[in-house]
Design a protein around this ligand. Structure first.
Ligand SMILES: N[C@@H](CCC(=O)N[C@@H](CS)C(=O)NCC(=O)O)C(=O)O
Length: 223
């Protein structure tokens, strides 16, 4: 995997501070995938400590009080969360392939794409978790509310993309990475939702992004 390798040491937090940066992530998290793609695009070598936050033995709460992945542990033991904070940090530590444009307005418009794409993922995760509960305890109106968020957001993403090649500006950047992770996660978790017919421009973007090595190398394992 380009610039990425899996840490296979113990899950518990080491007693001594690590001398290298480390990403704590699960291999199916779309938020973690966004960070892993940023690492790959920027050619930053960073081991991944795979940890599933839902497991009873998970060490994630010792890195992030919210118990969520991704977390980036820095050389000095400082931990960064969440994915939006981590990607901004990573984009600033290396000049290779700048993913967030210069200038307040351009940067904020990129972050706006990211917020909407991450928001779709939030709604999708809420549906998946609700559907894992016993059928009699599930709240159909809660699931419907999340679906409405996803449908409105996809319409907005598609309208904002229009016929352009990339989400923001003239080139590939964080907006595309966030939207790509969101669309791939929709495919992964909610394949029955037929957004591709409704929004062929989003599907064309997903196909183009999925061919990039950074997306190929971070695809979630089949499960
Ligand atoms: N806003 C956070 C969301 C992170 C998140 O929800 N991660 C999920 C994995 S996909 C998680 O760790 N969930 C565990 C939990 O909610 O307890 C980010 O962008 O990093």
């Amino acid at each position: 995997m380009s610039g990425l390798h899996i840490y296979d040491g113990p899950l518990a937090r080491p007693e001594t501070a690590d001398t290298k940066m480390k990403l704590i992530a699960s291999l199916t998290s779309p938020y973690a995938r966004k960070v892993r793609i940023v690492l790959a695009e920027k050619k930053i070598d960073c081991p991944i400590q795979v940890d599933v936050p839902w497991d009873a033995a998970s060490a994630v709460p010792s890195y992030n009080p919210l118990g969520k992945v991704p977390v980036l542990e820095l050389d000095d033991g400082m931990t960064l969360y969440d994915s939006r904070v981590i990607v901004e940090y990573l984009d600033n530590i290396s000049p290779v392939s700048r993913l967030i444009p210069e200038g307040n307005r351009q940067a904020i418009l990129t972050r706006r794409w990211e917020a909407l794409a991450d928001g779709v993922v939030d709604a999708l995760v809420a549906i998946v978790l609700e559907q894992r509960r016993p059928a009699e305890k599930q709240m159909p109106e809660w699931i419907a509310r999340q679906h409405e968020k996803i449908e409105r957001a996809l319409a907005r993403l598609s309208a904002d993309l229009g016929e352009r090649a990339w989400c923001h500006g003239d080139g590939y950047g964080l907006a595309d990475i966030a939207v790509g992770c969101c669309l791939c996660y929709l495919d992964f978790r909610l394949p029955a939702l037929d957004w591709k017919t409704l929004y062929p421009n989003l599907e064309a973007l997903r196909v183009k992004l999925s061919a990039r090595p950074s997306f190929i190398d971070t695809a979630p394992p089949e499960n």
